[in-house]
Design a protein around this ligand. Structure first.
Ligand code: GLP
Length: 244
């Protein structure tokens, strides 16, 4: 059982550097590594820091593969809201990770059947070395909305009203936020050899405290990081931790 290593940092720049150090540690390990990078605002500074290190020649990403964490359903090709596009712009492009090293979540046809195959394939290729996660204001990880149990598989989900409201800031208004999505399951995420959870801003104060100090249960999916198989680092800025 994981005992999360909690690091409270002063500000966004510190969060970016501390997160990038964890990622660099994993990337510099010998051999190929598989990383799951969350989208969302919180890790953007960290990805920029990683991109700078990569551009300077300090971060070789040739052995890095990426598995998508979550995606909206029902979007047309090229829709500006696709999380894959976000990942391309903030992670894959800046870190020179080519298409053949990227595993996308299924979004077409019988998505639930494809998700079951996805989990089997991911396990067969050795699972995840590092999951970079953000925290939803409702306690979700990826789109594992409450309630989600630790065994939840990769699957389609209906987004909760909380998530739709929180994600409206990315796309304009609540009406612009798709309500169905696909997410890597908690089972796969909690099985990662390493997890780094990034949390920033006073709006996350109540939920980060519940996730790390409250009971471990399905109505706060992120609380299950305390039972993850691998090592867990939680990087929290002071605003989120103290609620100022
Ligand atoms: C979104 C995404 C998550 C993300 C989380 C936090 O809904 N599905 O993958 O980590 O919510 O986002 P942010 O970092 O913008 O607060």
């Amino acid at each position: 059982m994981a005992d999360p290593h909690l690091v409270v940092v002063d500000d966004a720049a510190w969060l970016a550097r501390a997160g990038a150090d964890v990622v660099a540690d994993v990337v510099h390990a010998d051999g190929p590594v598989t990383i799951v990078p969350a989208t969302g605002d919180t890790p953007v500074g960290m990805y920029a820091e990683l991109a700078e290190r990569h551009a300077r020649g300090d971060l070789d990403t040739r052995d890095v593969s990426v598995v998508q964490l979550d995606e909206y359903l029902g979007l047309e090709t090229g829709d500006r809201r696709a999380l894959f596009g976000w990942m391309e712009r903030t992670v894959l492009g800046p870190l020179s990770i080519d298409d053949e090293r990227v595993v996308r979540l299924p979004t077409d046809g019988d998505v639930d059947a494809a998700c079951a195959a996805f989990d089997r394939d991911l396990e067969a290729r050795g699972g995840i070395d590092l999951a970079i996660l953000g925290l939803g204001t409702n306690g979700h990880l990826g789109f594992n909305e409450p309630p989600s149990n630790a065994q939840s598989p990769t699957r389609t989900v209906e987004l909760t009203q909380d998530t739709v409201a929180a994600n409206a800031r990315y796309w304009g208004s609540e009406g612009d936020v798709p309500t169905r999505a696909v997410t890597l399951g908690l089972r796969t995420l909690l099985d990662a050899r390493r997890i780094v959870l990034l949390v920033a801003g006073a709006s996350k104060h109540a939920i980060v405290r519940r996730a790390l100090e409250g009971p471990v249960r399905e109505d706060v999916p992120a609380s299950f990081v305390r039972e993850a198989r691998g090592s867990v680092t939680v990087l929290v800025d002071r605003a989120a931790w103290e609620g100022e």
